[in-house]
Ligand binder design. Sequence first.
Ligand code: SAH
Length: 247
Amino acid sequence: MTVIGLGPGTAGLLPPMALHCLIQAQAVVGYDRYVDLVDPGLLQGKTLFSSPMKKEMERTQKAVQLALDGMNTVVVSSGDSGIYGMAGLVLEYLERWALVDRIDLQIIPGIPALCAAAALLGAPLMHDFACVSLSDLLTPLPTIMKRIWAAAEADFVLVLYNPKSRRRSSYLADVLDIVARQRGPQTPVGFVRNAFRQDQEVLATTLESCDPDRADMLTIVIVGNSASRLVSDKILTPRGYFEKYGV
Ligand code: SAH
């Protein structure tokens, strides 16, 4: 059984190893929106099981059953499957049902949204960064906020996944406010929506000029550290080469 990441969504950023797994697969299991990103030609003649968000347990159970039935089964996540994806749930499921020795689990890395977004924004992740998901579906809000405070205080560049949903509309504004108080209102912030997909939107601006409401669940947000700066329409977090070596 193999868990793959589809990358941000365009075929060109699907790693060759993951593509090879899809070609070899007899069964493909995934969140319906992500399965829709796969070239239909690759899915033809295969057993397909796709379901909506919040049905991850059901998908995992189905994938394990298909693998136990002897099918070459591939579970798909977006980006990298080990970053807020299916890899952890599949491994936990195999552990829980004592199937680790019966099912050979392979996890193939993919290109996470944070890399795709960083590339579109310039070079915001050139120094230490912290990645926090603002989704409180599985993580209590106080834990999320504790991590935001710690990362803001330690001057990490911040990558924010799942920045917003209809149910929790104010978290992102609160987080950006915390960071602005630590680093100043001129701190660069980037919003990337649908990176490397149709309807891609990229905006590099500052905390004081940004509108948190432009983020939704298809957006990833990157906030610079205290040394980050805007270079035209890009964000640069300098690593310190010029300070050390001069021109
Ligand atoms: N496994 C994925 C993350 C899944 S969590 C990865 O490695 O990146 C889903 C969140 O990822 C979304 O709410 C959004 O914040 C972010 N995301 C995933 N794909 C994206 C894309 N193409 N453009 C912008 N954000 C994306």
